[in-house]
Design a protein around this ligand. Structure first.
Ligand code: PHE
Length: 349
C-alpha cells in the first residue's frame, strides 16, 4: 500500500473514531490527540514514512499528510474548547454555590491581638476615671524624649534606656518611653490635665522579657494641689478596676529624672495572690512600672508655673500586663505573628 492510500485509510479511521466519541470530554479529546498526533501516533508514523517514499509520490503524499494533520488539529482545538466549556458548566451546576448569600456568619471571624485587647481594657478604665486619651510621635527629638524630661546631656540616667538613634546630628530618635507625650501635651494644652497616652516604644533590648519594640501606657494629672496621695489613690483604684477589688498595689522609692519623689509600682502577684511563687520570685509582688510627682524642671521646660501647679505621672508596660492577664511565658510570642498562638485569644468585634 502506498503512503497516499495509507493516509486515506488513517483519515477514514479518524472519521470513524470521532463519530464514536459519544461523551465529549477533555480526556476523550486528549486520547484522540495521542492516537493520531502523539509521538507514536498514526499521523506521526505516516509522516516518518514520507522520507523513504518514492520521489514521484512525495509531493502528493506530503500535501495529503499536511492536510490530514491540519484537519485533526482543527478538530482537537474545536472540541477541546467545547469539552472544557461543558465540564465547567457541569461542575458549576453541581456546586451548591449561592453568591447572593451574605458574607460572614459561616466564616471564622478572627480575634484581636492580646495587646490590643489589653490596651482597650486599660483605656476603658482610664476613661471611667475621667482621663482623656492623647497621642504623640514614635520618632521624636531628644528634647521631648530626654532633655525636657530633665535628662541632661551625658547624664548617666540616659543609660537606663538603651536608645535607637535615627539621626544623631538632628537628635532624632525612636522614643524610649511614652513620657515624651507628657511634654508634647503640656506644650499644647493648659492645666488642669488628666491624660492617658498609650503607644509603641523602642529600646535596644532583646530577651524573653524584653523586645526591641514594646507598648507602654502613660497617665498624668496636672492641677493645683495635686499630691502623692492622689497618685497612690488613682493607681490603686485603677489596678483594682483591671484585676478585681482584691488586687493590692505598693510603691517603693526609686529614681526617674522627671519625677521627684519617684517610686516603683508593684502589683500583688496575680499568680499566687501574694503568697510567693516562681513568677514573683517568692516576694508576692510584681514590678509593673514607674511613677512619681512631676519634677519642677519639667514644668519649667514647658513653661508651667511650678509654684502654682503640681502633678503626678505613672507609666507601665501594656505587654507586661497582657502577659500577667493571659499567663504568657515569653514576651516575644506576642510579636511573632504566630496564628495558633494569637488565635487563642477572645474574639471581639
Ligand atoms: N517612663 C518611665 C520608663 O519608661 C516610667 C515612668 C513614667 C516613670 C512616668 C515615672 C513616671 O521607665
Amino acid at each position: 500500500m502506498n503512503l497516499l492510500s495509507e493516509l486515506k485509510a488513517i483519515e477514514g479511521e479518524f472519521e470513524r473514531d470521532t463519530k464514536a466519541v459519544t461523551q465529549l470530554s477533555v480526556d476523550a479529546v486528549e486520547t484522540m490527540r495521542i492516537a493520531y498526533l502523539g509521538r507514536k501516533g498514526k499521523v506521526t508514523a505516516a509522516l516518518e514514512k514520507l522520507r523513504d517514499c518514492p520521489k514521484e509520490e512525495k509531493p502528493a503524499a506530503g500535501k495529503a499528510s499536511n492536510e490530514l494533520k491540519k484537519k485533526i488539529e482543527a478538530w482537537i482545538q474545536d472540541n477541546l474548547k467545547a469539552a472544557e466549556g461543558a465540564e465547567l458548566e457541569a461542575s458549576l451546576s453541581q456546586t451548591m454555590l449561592d453568591i447572593s448569600l451574605p458574607v460572614g456568619g459561616t466564616l471564622p471571624s478572627g480575634s484581636l491581638h492580646p495587646v490590643t485587647i489589653m490596651r482597650r481594657d486599660l483605656l476603658k478604665e482610664f476613661r471611667r476615671l475621667g482621663f482623656t486619651v492623647y497621642d504623640g510621635p514614635e520618632i521624636d527629638y531628644d528634647f521631648y524624649n530626654f532633655k525636657s524630661l530633665n535628662f541632661p546631656d551625658d547624664h548617666p540616667a540616659r543609660d537606663m534606656q538603651d536608645t535607637f538613634y535615627v539621626n544623631k546630628e538632628k537628635q532624632l530618635l525612636l522614643r524610649t518611653h511614652t513620657s515624651n507625650i507628657q511634654v508634647h501635651c503640656m506644650l499644647n494644652e493648659k492645666p488642669p490635665l488628666r491624660i492617658v497616652a498609650p503607644g509603641r516604644v523602642f529600646r535596644c533590648d532583646s530577651d524573653p522579657t524584653h523586645t526591641p519594640m514594646f507598648h507602654q501606657i502613660e497617665a498624668f494629672v496636672v492641677d493645683r494641689g495635686v499630691t502623692f496621695a492622689h497618685m497612690k489613690g488613682v493607681i490603686d483604684t485603677f489596678m483594682k478596676g483591671i484585676f478585681g477589688s482584691s488586687m493590692k498595689t505598693r510603691l517603693r522609692p526609686s529614681f526617674f529624672p522627671f519625677t521627684e519623689p519617684s517610686a516603683e509600682m508593684d502589683l500583688m502577684c496575680v499568680h499566687c495572690s501574694g503568697k510567693g511563687c516562681r513568677l514573683c520570685k517568692m516576694t508576692g509582688w510584681l514590678e509593673v512600672g514607674g511613677c512619681g510627682m512631676i519634677h519642677p524642671n519639667v514644668f519649667e521646660a514647658v513653661e508651667y508655673d511650678s509654684e502654682l501647679y503640681s502633678g503626678f505621672a505613672f507609666g507601665f508596660g501594656i505587654d507586661r500586663m497582657a502577659m500577667l492577664k493571659y499567663k504568657i511565658q515569653d514576651l516575644r510570642q506576642l510579636f511573632e505573628g504566630n496564628y495558633p498562638f494569637l488565635g487563642q485569644f477572645p474574639v471581639q468585634a
